[in-house]
Design a protein around this ligand. Structure first.
Ligand code: GAR
Length: 207
């Protein structure tokens, strides 16, 4: 059984997508053992509570980034987490945390990396940038997490069309529905079945 810790900061629709796929049996070898938020009133925590999943609010206030990462890592280790899933988690994890969970942290990002990503590019911003640039296709990426924001090896991507009249909000909803909520459970399933191999930056999906 793959023990998952999901880190969140907001609405938690990606968390919900994972919960739904565990409950419908698609993620038959995965279990969410903790949901952690750095925001006290993140709706994601209510989603966890509704599904009887243990959740925790770990505040950043009064802690340095290193101390905060240490508190997070301790909590996740105490729950024996195998895989850390960043699902809209708005805090950049430092190298110490990444080393402790080496190759065991994944993130979902709402663009086709390397476009519209990096420090400060999160939430609605990648969609605003995609519209400003005028791209006709955008999408979502699930990748392993490294010390530089959005720079780790890409595991899977899915393209989504941009249409005339799109606003960042409309595009965000389409990218979530058509890409993020599908990709993230798919990658977790592959990891739970040991179907992902990484050599350097190259990620291969085994059949
Ligand atoms: C999602 O679109 C996710 O890809 C994005 O924040 C949103 C969270 O929504 N993450 C980033 O931009 C990280 N760079 P959710 O709380 O409803 O899952």
């Amino acid at each position: 059984m793959l023990r998952i810790g999901v880190l969140v900061s907001g609405g938690g629709t990606n968390l919900q997508a994972i919960i739904d796929r565990i409950e419908d049996g698609y993620l038959d070898e995965s279990r969410i053992v903790t949901v952690v938020s750095n925001k006290e009133n993140a709706y994601a925590l209510e989603r966890a509570s509704k599904h009887n999943i243990p959740f925790e609010y770990i505040p950043k206030k009064g802690k340095s980034s290193d101390e905060y990462d240490g508190a997070l890592a301790e909590h996740l280790e105490s729950r024996k987490v195998d895989l850390v899933v960043l699902a809209g988690f708005m805090h950049i994890l430092g190298p110490g945390f990444i080393k402790r969970f080496e190759n065991r942290i994944i993130n979902v990002h709402p663009s086709l990396i390397p476009a519209f990503c990096g420090k400060g590019c999160y939430g609605l911003i990648p969609h605003q940038k995609a519209l400003d640039y005028g791209v006709k296709i955008t999408g979502a990426t699930v990748h392993f997490v490294e010390a530089n924001a959005d720079a780790g090896p890409v595991i899977m991507q899915k393209a989504v069309s941009v249409f005339e009249g799109d606003t960042p909000e409309i595009l965000q909803k389409r990218v979530m529905e058509e890409a993020e909520w599908k990709l993230l459970p798919e990658v977790i399933r592959l990891i739970s079945k040991n179907k992902i191999k990484m050599e350097g930056r190259k990620v291969t999906i085994l059949d």
